[in-house]
Design a binder for this molecule. Structure first.
Ligand code: AMP
Length: 425
């Protein structure tokens, strides 16, 4: 884990880049952090060096948990919450007051009351249970009220700050926001993806190993809805993988590139051309980039929709594709069965609604079967991790990555600056 003395200037530098995408928190070069200012200690190291008793420790964590589509409140998978327990508990045992700070979704600088981009209220109760202590929450992450709450903390208290992305500055390197955070604490602990602690060690071992020196054939199963974030990953996976299986809402952008009628399915028009290029690129490299041959259609985006199964090339104009079909799953089974390393990131369909969960759950099961026969299997991304856990298969894959976007960046072949900084240490 990474510890930085919370002098305003250092925090300013560290907090500047606190978006998941800009994982350059710890990039000593770009932030001109001197080795003295940025101490690369683990928690035990810090506790041995300074007396944390009664000190405020601001901890950057990743609380991006999935919420139930039914009520927009219930946490459907607490993997990320459980991931912060060891560090938090350690600090509390040392008498520190822990201030937790995380972004939640993408509110883009606006205050959103509820849901995936909203307030962090849904994690309060689960955190209380997991940590076994009271968790107070404030409705902002900086400002006078927050400062007062931070000052009032007593030995062993936990304070959760509001979704940092309610402030535009969170993704825009705003020094004011960073200075505001700097007023809250004596020490800064990085326990999101880039900390050199328990999480990162595991992430690196599996993810880097899987991509740089895989047991071949290497297969990536990529799903989800956000084409814009997945295409760069697919592009670099084409350089590394033997097989790439695509699912989720993004497949319709590929079908569009093939000239298919996709009905009312989701599409990101501005990426249609790039999707077409990627298919060509894969073909030239001899990489199997496989699109689902059939899909589950719905007449509306709802749990009680009428459904039908159709060939991807025969989607009727009024319908929308919300999951991959049975023929696809047979084909995926065959391909996965031939591979020795399999990475799964992003759901195959709208798995939050039962009629469209089969694709994702089946892929989770295929991952478990592959693990049983000795393949290395890695699941990354909040939704796919949730699906694997929902299916009760969390302990039947080699590695569950809590890194979310960061794990995708690793797959993409980007060196995370935080990791680079560590290697230099
Ligand atoms: P992402 O954050 O890009 O990994 O996307 C995850 C989301 O994609 C989940 O909430 C799914 O419900 C959604 N999704 C998956 N397949 C589809 C689809 N065919 N149409 C619409 N949304 C989808």
């Amino acid at each position: 884990m990474m510890f930085v003395h919370a002098s305003a200037s250092v925090l300013r530098q560290t907090a500047r880049s606190s978006s998941a995408a800009a994982l350059s928190y710890l990039n000593a070069r770009s932030f001109h952090i001197t080795p003295l200012a940025l101490e690369k200690l683990n928690v035990e190291g810090l506790a041995a060096k300074v007396d944390l008793s009664g000190k405020n420790v601001l901890m950057r964590v990743d609380l991006n948990v999935p919420l139930s589509k039914d009520d927009d409140v219930t946490v459907t998978d607490d993997t990320r919450l459980r991931a912060i327990v060891p560090t938090t508990k350690f600090l509390l045992e040392k008498g520190a007051n822990v201030i937790l700070c995380s972004h939640f979704g993408r509110p883009k600088g606006e205050i959103i009351e509820k849901g995936k981009n909203g307030r962090l209220n849904p994690v309060v109760e689960p955190l209380k249970t997991l940590l076994g202590v009271d968790v107070k929450k404030v409705n902002d992450c900086v400002g006078e009220e927050v400062e007062a709450a931070a000052k009032a903390l007593n030995k062993g208290d936990v304070l959760l700050l509001e979704n940092t992305r309610f402030h535009k500055g969170e993704t825009k390197n705003d020094p004011e926001l960073a200075a505001g955070l700097g007023k809250l604490a004596d020490y800064f602990v990085m326990d999101a993806f880039v900390q050199p602690g328990y999480l990162l060690d595991k992430e690196l071992k599996y993810l880097k190993g899987a991509v740089d020196d895989p047991k071949r054939p290497l297969c990536a199963i990529i799903g989800g809805a956000k084409v814009s974030t997945k295409l760069p990953v697919i592009e670099s996976l084409i350089e590394k993988c033997d097989v790439i299986l695509l699912g989720g809402g993004m497949i319709f952008t590929f079908y569009k590139a093939l000239g298919y009628d996709i009905g009312k399915s989701m599409v990101e028009e501005e990426y249609v051309e790039l999707a077409g290029k990627l298919m060509k690129q894969a073909e030239e490299k001899g990489v199997k980039l496989i699109l689902p041959p059939d899909v589950v259609l719905a007449d509306k985006f709802a749990e009680d929709a009428n459904t039908a199964i159709a060939k991807a090339s025969e989607i009727n104009g009024d319908w929308m594709g919300l999951d991959v079909g049975p023929e696809t799953l047979d084909l995926f089974k065959e391909e996965i069965g031939k591979c020795n390393t399999i990475v799964f990131n992003g759901p195959m369909g709208v798995f939050e609604m039962k009629p469209f969960a089969t694709g994702t759950i089946t892929v989770a099961e295929l991952m478990a079967e592959a693990t049983d026969r000795g393949a290395i299997t890695i699941v990354g991304g909040g939704d796919s991790v949730a699906a694997v856990n929902q299916a009760g298969l969390g302990d039947r894959v080699s590695h569950i990555s809590t890194g979310g976007g960061a794990s995708l960046e690793l797959l993409e072949g980007k060196t995370l600056p935080g990791v680079a900084a560590l290697s230099e240490a």
